[in-house]
Design a protein around this ligand. Structure first.
Ligand code: MRU
Length: 337
């Protein structure tokens, strides 16, 4: 992309993020000088996608450090813990947020008497997390591209591209790499109800890169798999447990089950920052439940009788038995047989 999804403005000492709620209609870059506003932006999905949320959280902590002028390391550490708790609560499922904030808190804990130096170290760490993300995604993409053959049709869910990360992407990054290698591929893009990340964001990214694609209603995915029109399913993950159970955008589980039923390989593309080794299995992953209006209203237009109530889990867990393999920056991991 022309710019990163999440980046630091060194001249203004502020965080800037592409406001994804306006894509594909407008490119709006929002500016943040207050960590609380960053937390709100994560909750409101100005920024979304696990690695992008992680980078936003890291920069949010750097902002919190700048907002606190104290020279007293104890007072500073208290303020940073408060900021960490506030940012951590912004969205519960994507572990990259907690992962990034934990690293910032380790810098605070290891910081000496000089709070100014700790502040600089926190900004350097946020920048490194952002830079590493881009590097890791590219490495991961080329591992994953080995799974793609010339002529393949790939089914993809949600948005896992440059917008979901600092740049390049996870599952969509694999698709970009295969395209860069000259493979002739076609992508079936799940629209991804209720927030339509597939329709709005993934189609925009594929179009920008000139990659052949068709948008499909989520409900059509089973039809395309059963009739032999899909060679591989690629998705991202918001948190993957130690046993390989994968939490990802709602609807992923259904895709994985249908893929297995039809002999279609199912690969989550997951940077190691999204793997939570502290959780033994997927049932321990917190699943975010979002406002019901995301289901009952589309762009201001009610689509159900007024007063209709709805349930809106934002993620689901795919048990590892449905996972063919997990693509990471360290290579592709397969289940032990
Ligand atoms: O609710 P979102 O849009 O933040 O959900 C995003 C996803 O589920 C992605 O698949 C996931 O973050 C991994 S892709 C980088």
């Amino acid at each position: 992309m022309l710019m990163r999804t999440v980046f630091w403005d060194t001249e203004r000492n502020t965080l800037k993020m592409i406001d994804q709620r306006h894509i594909p209609w407008e490119l709006v870059v929002a500016e943040y000088g207050d960590y609380r506003a960053v937390a709100q932006a994560i909750t409101d999905m100005v920024v979304r996608g696990a690695p992008a949320i992680g980078a936003a959280g890291a920069f949010g902590m750097a902002l919190a450090a700048q907002q606190n002028a104290t020279a007293d390391p104890t007072l500073f550490a208290h303020a940073m813990q408060e900021a960490a708790d506030h940012l951590n609560a912004a969205r519960p499922t994507a572990v990259n947020l907690a992962w990034a904030i934990q690293q910032q808190m380790a810098v605070v804990a290891g910081g000496g008497e000089d709070t100014a130096e700790t502040r600089s170290a926190m900004l350097r760490l946020a920048q490194k997390i952002a830079d590493d993300d881009v590097e890791i995604n590219r490495t991961m993409a080329y591992h994953g591209a080995e799974l793609i053959s010339d002529g393949d049709t790939i089914l993809h869910h949600c948005n896992t591209g440059a917008l979901a990360t600092v740049d390049w992407g996870t599952a969509l990054g694999v698709i970009f790499a295969a395209h860069e290698q000259g493979k002739k591929i076609h992508v079936l893009v799940d629209e991804t109800r209720p927030r339509l990340q597939g329709a709005l964001l993934t189609c925009w990214e594929l179009r920008q890169r000139g990659i052949s694609h068709d948008l499909i209603a989520d409900n059509a995915a089973g039809h395309f798999m059963r009739t032999g029109q899909v060679n591989i399913v690629l998705v991202g993950s918001d948190r993957t447990a130690a046993n390989g159970d994968v939490a990802n955008k709602i609807g992923t589980y259904k895709l994985a089950v249908v893929a297995k039923e039809n002999g279609v390989p199912f690969y989550p593309v997951v940077p190691t920052s999204t793997i939570d080794l502290n959780l033994a299995h997927g049932d321990l992953i917190p699943i975010e439940e979002r406002p019901m209006e995301e289901v009952t209203v589309i762009r201001g237009q009610p689509i159900a009788p007024l007063e209709t109530t709805a349930r809106n889990p934002a993620f689901d867990v795919t048990p590892h038995r449905y996972v063919t393999g997990i693509v990471t920056e360290a290579g592709i991991v397969y289940p032990r047989l």
